[in-house]
Design a protein around this ligand. Structure first.
Ligand SMILES: Nc1ncnc2c1ncn2[C@@H]1O[C@H](COP(=O)(O)OP(=O)(O)OP(=O)(O)O)[C@@H](O)[C@H]1O
Ligand SMILES: [Mg+2]
Length: 264
């Protein structure tokens, strides 16, 4: 069992109601520092709402959120970004007329300040001297095509746009990165590219970065995560290793309860 010190994120009995609908229902989970974990569940099971609670988009109806041991349940969204929580969105959130480079640079600039040297840890010696160097390093980590860094982001392929979003989230120097369906809207053959990008990010940052990935397609997270949490109708119905989850009857039932698409 992990001690409180090893945890970067911990929720206790986290609950969010929208009127009569309980979107997130009594969810308690722990995420260890430096780990890569996933939240899966059918459409509408509360995955994005859970991320919205972690990032402070809205307050929970009840329950608590702890980040690195600190109670952030009522902390502002802006303050949580400063503490080191960042996310990418289920729906692409880039500036389409800005270049790829500029999108990352703007995200980096938005967070310049106290922790500006954090990414310097990636380098053997020294720190970044300017945003230019930082942008190029992040672009290379997520595997953005260097030839396409200087054209409007709207014109790069969809898979590259999803990697750009991960790059923008990384530019804010997070310690916890939340990815909401990073492969959403992708053709099946583009998916491995995004999985590779995520694994490369994890490898590059090592224990300095913790990843929590939301997906509704089970197969995407199977090779990616150490532990999987399963939501169904707002409740956490299972957690375990990819193998345990694959064999869990209740999980299979939750997925089979819907359309075939959810099984993919
Ligand atoms: N701001 C909101 N106001 C009212 N209801 C909401 C709001 N956000 C989410 N919901 C509802 O909460 C439930 C959970 O939605 P959520 O977006 O968290 O699901 P999800 O697991 O991310 O689904 P998907 O796989 O489709 O992205 C849904 O019934 C949704 O309609
Ligand atoms: Mg969602």
């Amino acid at each position: 069992m992990s001690s409180m010190n090893d945890l970067i994120l911990s929720t206790s009995a986290l609950t969010k109601s929208f009127g009569g609908l309980i979107a997130v229902n009594d969810v308690s989970l722990d995420v260890e520092k430096g780990s890569i974990k996933a939240i899966i569940g059918p459409n509408g099971s509360g995955k994005t709402t859970f991320f919205n609670l972690i990032t402070g988009v809205f307050p929970p109806s009840s329950g608590h959120i702890f980040f690195e041991g600190r109670n952030i349940t009522r902390t502002s969204m802006h303050q949580r970004t400063r503490l080191g929580i960042s996310r990418s969105y289920q729906i692409t959130n880039i500036f389409p007329y800005q270049t790829t480079f500029e999108n990352i640079r703007l995200a980096a600039q938005g967070c310049s300040g106290a922790r500006v040297n954090f990414l310097g840890m990636l380098k053997k010696a020294g720190t970044y001297t300017n945003f230019h160097e930082k942008v190029l390093e992040i672009a290379s980590i997520v595997g953005l095509d260097p030839m396409r860094l200087y054209i409007p982001a709207a014109l790069i392929p969809h898979a590259e746009q999803r990697k750009l979003e991960i790059a923008m989230a990384l530019a804010t120097e997070p310690r916890l990165l939340l990815l909401d369906e990073p492969a959403a809207g992708m053709a099946i053959e583009e998916i491995p590219e995004v999985i590779d990008a995520i694994l490369r990010v994890k490898e590059s940052y090592g224990d300095q970065l913790t990843l929590l990935v939301v997906e509704h397609k089970m197969d995407i997270v199977m090779n990616l995560s150490e532990e999987i949490f399963v939501l169904s109708e707002g409740k956490m119905i299972a957690k375990g290793s990819p193998k345990e989850i694959q064999e869990n009857e209740e999980v299979l039932t939750a997925y089979l309860g819907g359309t075939d698409e959810k099984l993919a």
